[in-house]
Design a protein around this ligand. Structure first.
Ligand code: RB5
Length: 145
């Protein structure tokens, strides 16, 4: 299991907590940057993570910016990406169970590192429920055609 991680300067404060959650699950990760708090453009990092997940190079992704909003919008432009912007534990669970989200987005200016750790852990360990939810996820994929 490999997790692609990417952030801009606004989300870099959550990266360490995300990596902790990933490694504690015995999963591998690839850190696509950014690596400093110098201002960068979040779509560049959404693209790196989104392409890694969409191509199968990574199984799941986590993207981080100031709010989590911009980087989730950008990631969702990539075919095959279902990126969920999450601000609580219930959303972290539901986005996997019901939506089969393959990328988690969080905001470094609204979510604490402690919560980011918890949400990432839930995201990584909650399976997709399938059943009626599969039909709905297939309908999302049909919108990409
Ligand atoms: C960068 O200042 C900020 O706009 C970005 O991190 C993010 O919050 C955008 O949605």
């Amino acid at each position: 299991m490999k997790v692609a991680i990417g952030c801009d300067h606004g989300g870099i404060n959550l990266k360490e907590a995300v990596i902790k959650a990933v490694t504690e699950q015995g999963m591998e990760y690839e850190d696509f940057g950014t690596y400093t708090d110098e201002s960068v453009d979040y779509p560049d990092y959404a693209e790196k993570v989104g392409r890694a997940v969409a191509s199968g190079a990574a199984d799941l992704g986590v993207v981080l910016c100031g709010t989590g909003i911009g980087i989730s919008i950008a990631a969702n432009k990539i075919k095959g990406i279902r990126c969920a912007h999450v601000t609580d534990a219930f959303q972290a669970e539901m986005c996997r169970q019901h939506n089969d989200a393959n990328v988690l987005a969080m905001g470094g200016r609204i979510t604490s590192p402690e919560d980011a750790y918890k949400f990432t852990k839930i995201f990584l360990t909650t399976p997709f429920a399938g059943g009626r939810h599969l039909r709905r996820v297939e309908k999302i994929a049909a919108l990409e055609k």
